[in-house]
Write a protein that binds this ligand. Structure first.
Ligand code: MIC
Ligand code: SF4
Length: 645
């Protein structure tokens, strides 16, 4: 039986285990990427392994998340990242160069290769035919050390595309259609592989948009084939040598099928407060809008901004709307500067923001109180924009641009606008001025550690009897933005002590004090949660900081993939309810005990927990791999790997 693109790439990188959906596999990782907000911790952990140089083919460190905050912390982080990159053989993309996923696609991604990145939108690389997976910083640090990356071998769902998108109906609307169908939960250990004649009609940036937001469904990754369209893109990037075709065998088989006729795709919007809350724009049009933000790793390519420029040309942004545009990279900025698009944007009243994550993560450009913000990014969790009561809708650049002019949410297909054809680009204006390639004398580089640079996390091995409080009980769909807020708190990512004081701040600001007080008294903390705990970002701080506060277990109805891996990496038991009714029986403040925890974890079966408050005994599932079991016993991946070195 033939193979699809995903399994072709996986099979050529398998370093352990069997390529069978559901079993644990180890993968050889060719490329890694980090961004600054997760990168400082990843490199502190890499340093603690004591290696002089990276051992994978290519490691790139991007600074794109925390670029313009107030205070010394960001600049300290940047200097640390720049110096550690020079010292260990890592390519460094300086602040202002652009968003990691956009730049990686343009300058470094190679079809057929594997990539892991300490950012959940790393699957953007699937647009160029890579198996690109988001992971915690520690997993990326280990991949840089040449350690294979362990995952559950995914099942593959074929998403078969036919037809061609109609004018003003876009790749963003395709992925919103996918989200409408698959939702944001229940898709773990799955790959979406795009096939069918419609694939050839989509450009690489369009494919990248689709792969990018597959992350919101919770899949391991998404992938497109590498074909003539990929070749033309790489050629225009001056990288034709990196091209190789990667296509599915004619008799490839998949574990499921979803068909999309691109001709039937219409403008869509993800409504507050979840990317899975999808409606047709036509059904909700007329909504008054106060802010529009165009950019992010989902929609900030040259083609995206060209189309926005054409819509805004000769028009003025509504006086009731504030429009911000952030080009995805300096290359995109150069392109739109050269072809007049930037003048169109400026003349319309758009505010030009830095080529960085910026508004997407609530670092700046927060909406007004109770404001309605249309954004082209991928997440609209409550409060993520920096304004707790803002209503954020996720839309395509075309929908965003017409709505900015009209002042209300507008379906661009309803306006009889002339079709926009993006000029074919034979050669992008490549600009690597802000990329620093390492030279060979890394050993002589001084590593710069300002006061914001803390230490790598320290975990303790599992102990036998865990007496713990249910320090917090939460409901479904708790995101890592709830657990470890970004925005104004983002600058403390390299300082665990300080960042830990903000754990669960958006949900329960007194959590960290309660947890720290328990820890001081020798009582552990347990989080009880509903479905899809830990969805969203890959930030391992959502495990590190709770671990620092003495959290020993998460007991949830279900836990998302990257977060589950991060919990194991930092020695927190990721437990799921065997009987969902037990979730209802537990209350915040209950005192629990897990007796003989070490032997229970070693035995590999269910974990028995006693609720000392209600006297009830119940069972939890510990669904982990053999390697993760070792990590949990050792008190995390770093302890475990050091034991085995
Ligand atoms: C996000 O989009 O939530 C982030 C910020 O890029 C995160 C990474 C982080 O928390 O640093 C992600 O997607 O993994
Ligand atoms: Fe940056 Fe937003 Fe993309 Fe995350 S989703 S990498 S914050 S642009």
């Amino acid at each position: 039986m033939g193979l699809g693109v995903a399994y072709k790439i996986l099979s050529s990188h398998i370093a352990g285990g069997k390529l069978e959906a559901g079993s644990s596999i180890d993968l050889r990782i060719d490329q890694t990427l980090t961004q600054d907000a997760t990168g400082t911790m990843a490199y502190l952990q890499f340093e603690s392994l004591g290696l002089d140089h990276i051992r994978n083919e290519l490691a790139v460190s991007y600074v794109d998340h925390n670029t313009v905050q107030v205070g010394f912390e960001n600049a300290d982080d940047h200097l640390y990242l720049q110096s550690i990159a020079a010292s260990k053989g890592i390519v460094f993309s300086r602040p202002g160069n652009g968003i990691c996923h956009q730049v990686h696609l343009e300058r470094f991604g190679v079809p057929g290769k594997t990539l892991i990145g300490s950012d959940s939108h790393t699957p953007t690389g699937g647009g160029i035919g890579m198996v690109a997976i988001g992971a915690g910083g520690l997993d990326v640090a280990l991949a840089m050390a040449g350690v294979p990356f362990s995952i559950i071998c995914p099942r593959v769902i074929e998403i078969r595309l036919t037809g061609k998108l109609r004018p003003f109906c876009t790749a963003k609307d395709v992925i919103l259609t996918v989200l409408e169908h698959f939702g944001v939960k229940g898709n773990v250990n799955t790959v979406f592989e795009y096939t069918g004649p419609g694939v050839a009609t989509l450009s690489v940036p369009e494919r990248a948009t689709i792969c990018n937001m597959g992350a919101e469904c919770g899949v391991t990754t998404s992938v497109f084939p590498s074909d003539e369209v990929t070749k033309a893109f790489l050629k225009a990037q001056g990288r034709e040598k990196d091209y190789s075709p990667v296509t599915a065998d004619a008799d490839a088989s998949y574990d499921g099928l979803f068909e999309i006729d691109l001709c039937s795709v219409v403008p869509m919007a993800a409504c507050p407060h979840s990317p899975g809350n999808v409606r047709k724009v036509s059904e909700i049009s007329g909504l008054k809008v106060s802010q529009v933000a165009i950019g992010s790793c989902t929609n900030s390519s040259y083609a995206d901004l060209y189309k926005v420029g054409q819509i805004l040309k000769g028009r003025t942004v509504s006086p009731d709307v504030c429009l911000g545009v952030a080009p995805g990279s300096r290359e995109v900025l150069q392109m739109i500067t050269g072809d007049g698009t930037l003048s169109n944007l400026i003349a319309s009243g758009a505010r030009i923001l830095e080529s960085a994550c910026g508004f997407c993560i609530g670092n700046h450009f927060s909406p007004n109180s109770n404001g309605v913000s249309l954004r082209t990014n991928n997440r609209n969790f409550e409060g993520r924009s920096g304004t707790k009561d803002a209503q954020v809708y996720l839309v395509s650049p075309e929908t965003a641009a017409v709505s900015a002019v009209c002042g209300v949410l507008t379906d661009p297909t309803s306006l009889n606008l002339p079709e926009i054809t993006v000029p074919e680009v034979k050669s992008f204006k490549q600009d690597d001025n802000l990329i620093i390639f390492p030279n060979s004398d890394g050993k002589s580089v001084e590593i710069k550690r300002g006061p914001n640079i803390g230490n790598p996390p320290e975990c303790v091995p599992l102990t036998d009897n865990i007496f713990a409080d249910v320090t917090l009980k939460v409901g479904d769909k708790i995101t890592t933005d709830h657990i470890m807020p970004a925005g104004a708190r983002l600058k403390y990512r390299s300082n665990i002590e300080k960042y830990s004081t903000f754990v669960f701040e958006p949900v329960d600001p007194s959590f960290s004090e309660r947890a720290a007080a328990n820890k001081a008294e020798g009582v552990a903390n347990i989080i009880v949660a509903g479905q899809s705990y830990g969805q969203g970002s890959s930030r391992e701080h959502a495990a590190i900081c709770p671990m620092h506060l003495g959290v020993k277990a998460v007991m949830a109805l279900s836990i998302e993939r990257i977060h589950q891996a991060n919990l194991c990496n930092f020695g927190i038991l990721p437990l799921t309810f065997k009987d969902p009714a037990d979730y209802e029986h537990l209350d915040q403040g209950d005192r629990l005990v897990i007796e003989n925890a070490v032997s229970q974890v070693k035995a590999g079966g269910d974990i028995e927990v006693k609720d000392l408050t209600s006297g009830k005994l119940f069972k939890m599932k510990l669904d982990v791999s053999a390697l993760q079991r070792k990590m949990l016993l050792a008190g995390g991946r770093l302890n475990q790997i050091k034991e085995s070195l």
